[in-house]
Design a protein around this ligand. Structure first.
Ligand SMILES: Nc1ncnc2c1ncn2[C@@H]1O[C@H](COP(=O)(O)OP(=O)(O)OP(=O)(O)O)[C@@H](O)[C@H]1O
Ligand SMILES: [Mg+2]
Length: 356
């Protein structure tokens, strides 16, 4: 059983450089876990701890029931694609991809079959006889990817493996990866900055920030029920509106507009209101939802839609709304904030106030 378990993992490089603090995650066979978080939040460090390239300050790594925390990287049977990948410049693409199979004394005809198969999937078939030196960044990155996919390891670790590909190729390779990992049924831990990639590939997403695991959930759950203000602001584009508002009675106050609050056990004095721009609508006349008025101060053309940045009347706060491309509006707009789509967060801790 190749189930991967991270137990209380911590990595401290210096007194105040602790990019991994007490991380507990399980990744089942066939599960695809994506690590998502801002630059420097410890994603690569966490992968290196799993691969055995760095030793944890505390905690354990298990594959199946076996504790591999002190096992040398070469003895872990883990395939890793590095963020900065190095290929052997004197070898052809074929030889680069085949290295690990040769080391394991795989028969020549099987090596040929497996290398050709993976090369085809990653559109490298025509480059097998070339040396990687003069190739483009995207081509070299796919060779590095092929080199680890060709193996049958117990765990796959991939650190931004598609970052150098153009949008179209990224989409193609993404689909291939999905199929490939589906057929392997091994735990995959994948790092990316690309939220579409995270959402489309993963069965689970781990949001990391400040060394801590902020939320671990299915992509849809992360999107619809962010556990705290950080996750709410980090996931989704355009970014969620997250103004801090005063509370009066059962209402949050935005300018001179009142937004009804759910029944909290104790009413806070201030609160963070979260609503995604795609959930803010130009108000329908018959609406029974809370509405606010604002002046459109900026319009961003996103191709399919337009993002209106509106300054709320009698307030210094802006609310962004995504509207269909062909909609028209006056300079002063009325916006509808559907109660079902509003997330409420604690001002001090940032935590979500009601889960459902
Ligand atoms: N060997 C090391 N010695 C000291 N500090 C390190 C070392 N490796 C990483 N760090 C620090 O740990 C923190 C996390 O780095 P890491 O590379 O894990 O971030 P990341 O989330 O992968 O970022 P990016 O998205 O930019 O790749 C950074 O502050 C980095 O400077
Ligand atoms: Mg990194």
């Amino acid at each position: 059983m190749a189930k991967l378990q991270l137990k209380g993992l911590r990595k401290q490089f210096a007194p105040n450089v602790i990019p991994v603090k007490d991380i507990n995650i399980d990744v089942e066979d066939g599960e695809f876990l994506t690590l998502l978080g801002p630059s420097g939040c410890g994603k690569s460090t966490l992968l290196r701890l799993i691969a055995g390239l760095d030793e944890p300050t505390k905690g354990r790594v298990l594959i199946g029931d076996k504790d591999i925390t002190s096992t040398a990287p070469g003895d872990r049977n883990i395939a890793m694609v590095f963020q900065s990948y190095a290929l052997y410049p004197h070898m052809t693409v074929f030889e680069n991809i085949a290295t690990s199979l040769k080391l394991r004394k795989t028969p020549a005809d099987e090596i040929k079959r497996r290398v050709n198969d993976v090369a085809q999937k990653l559109e490298l078939g025509h480059l097998l006889d070339r040396k990687p030196g003069p190739m483009s960044g995207g081509q070299r990155q796919r060779v590095a990817l092929a080199r680890s996919l060709v193996r049958s390891p117990e765990v796959f670790l991939l650190d931004e493996p598609l970052s150098n590909l153009d949008a179209l190729l990224r989409e193609q390779v993404r689909a291939e990866l999905k199929q490939l990992f589906n057929s392997q049924q091994k735990p995959v831990v994948y790092v990316t900055h690309d939220q579409t990639e995270a959402m489309t590939l993963s069965s689970k997403v781990a949001i990391l920030y400040d060394g801590y695991l902020q939320q671990l959930d299915a992509p849809h759950e992360i999107y619809t029920h962010p556990a705290n203000k950080f996750v709410a602001g980090f996931v989704g584009s355009p970014q969620m509106n997250l103004p801090t508002l005063k509370c009066e009675g059962n209402y949050a106050i935005l300018g001179e507009f009142k937004i009804p609050l759910p029944d909290f056990p104790t009413m806070p004095k201030q609160i963070v209101m979260g609503i995604r721009p795609e959930d803010v609508r130009l108000a329908r006349p018959e609406t029974s939802e809370a509405t606010i008025k604002g002046k459109v101060i900026l319009v961003e053309d996103l191709g399919k839609e337009k993002l209106l940045i509106c300054q709320v009347e009698n307030s210094d706060k802006n609310i962004r709304a995504l509207v269909p491309y062909d909609r028209t509006w006056d300079e002063l707009v009325t916006l509808e904030l559907p109660a079902q789509q509003i997330h409420w967060f604690d001002v001090e801790t940032g935590d979500r106030l009601l889960r459902y």
